[in-house]
Design a protein around this ligand. Structure first.
Ligand code: BV8
Ligand code: ZN
Length: 248
């Protein structure tokens, strides 16, 4: 299934950096960003809803879309691909996980020191004073919910918003800088389950100029050409097999 060369490279690897996208959560039942939206949301384009303009124009609609997605995510379980990354980290002297995903499934699988480039849907943040609530620890009961607008911040009365990075918003500066530095210094860079279309995250493999670049994705992407190894298939199948094969 895997070339002897790839297995040897991974056995020798000192520093591995992994970038994941929505494809790594697909087998957990979390729709990828470009999957057709289902049901109630079928006629909305995610990139339109995931924007500050949409929240300004129709805060309740955007709030409800994220509440629906949050329920899906909290009901989902990490899959074998998430757990394989936890295993890989145990075998490699220096391992870092960078994710574009906002679903928190890497945390729930047991990965540590995760760099979240696009925030996390299980947190909400006041759009004015940035008071943040982690909804995996505290539920919404303490807030007055209304059926016409998002809940309002207890201390400054502005709306809460999802603690994610919307299109047109800058990524957290620290997280992006750290991700770029890690890409530059690693000797193996994985890009897993991402269509490599959303910037600046999609530029990270280009920083990995010392590394062997390995892509794991169900279909070809903008990165496939440049990757040193392109493994086409489901991350939930390929990752456990690869970890088993290399680190046994
Ligand atoms: C920025 C959080 C500076 C929210 C997300 C015009 C105006 C404004 C901006 C731009 C513009 N043109 C370009 C830009 C920049 C823009 C951008 O890159 N747009 C793209 C679409 C062209 N980027 C931004 O706006 C970023 N900010 O640039 O700030 C700035 C400021 C002002 C003006 C200009 C620039 C912010 C980007 C972050 C947006 N937020 N998410 C939310 O989730 O609601 S991005 C969103 O897409 C998700 O985070 C997702 O992770 C991310 C990337 O998508 P993927 O993860 O790759 O998912 P996708 O569905 O695309 O692909 C999944 C892949 O998995 C597929 O290839 C599939 O084949 C594969 N797969 C499926 N199943 C499996 C599998 N693989 C393996 N196994 C499986 N089982
Ligand atoms: Zn506030």
């Amino acid at each position: 299934m895997f070339s002897a060369k790839l297995i040897e490279i991974l056995k020798q690897a000192r520093q591995i950096v992994v970038l994941t996208g929505a494809g790594t959560s697909a087998e957990s039942g979390v729709p990828t960003f470009r999957d057709a939206q289902t049901g109630l949301w079928a006629h909305y384009n995610p990139a339109e809803l995931a924007s500050p303009e949409a929240f300004k124009r129709n805060p309740k609609l955007v709030w409800d879309w994220y509440s629906w997605r949050r329920e899906t995510v909290l009901a989902a379980q990490p899959n074998a691909g998430h757990y394989a990354l936890v295993q890989m980290a145990r075998h490699v002297p220096n391992f870092h996980l960078i994710t574009q995903n906002v679903d928190g499934l890497h945390q729930r699988a047991g990965s540590e020191q995760i760099i979240e480039l696009h925030g996390n849907i299980t947190r909400i943040r006041c759009e004015h004073c940035s008071h943040t609530i982690d909804l995996t620890k505290q539920n919404l009961d303490s807030l007055t919910l209304s059926d016409t607008e998002p809940p309002r911040c207890a201390s400054c009365n502005h709306y809460y918003r999802p603690d994610v990075v919307w299109f047109g918003e800058n990524l957290p500066v620290q997280a992006l800088q750290q991700a770029e530095q890690l890409a530059q210094s690693c000797d193996v860079f994985f890009s897993i389950g991402t269509s490599s279309q959303v910037y600046p995250a999609a530029a990270l493999p280009l920083y990995a100029n010392k590394a062997v670049v390995i892509e794991i994705n169900r279909e070809k992407t903008a990165l496939t050409q440049q990757a040193d190894f392109a493994l086409q298939g489901a991350s939930g199948e390929i990752l456990p097999a690869l970890v088993e094969c290399v680190w046994g």
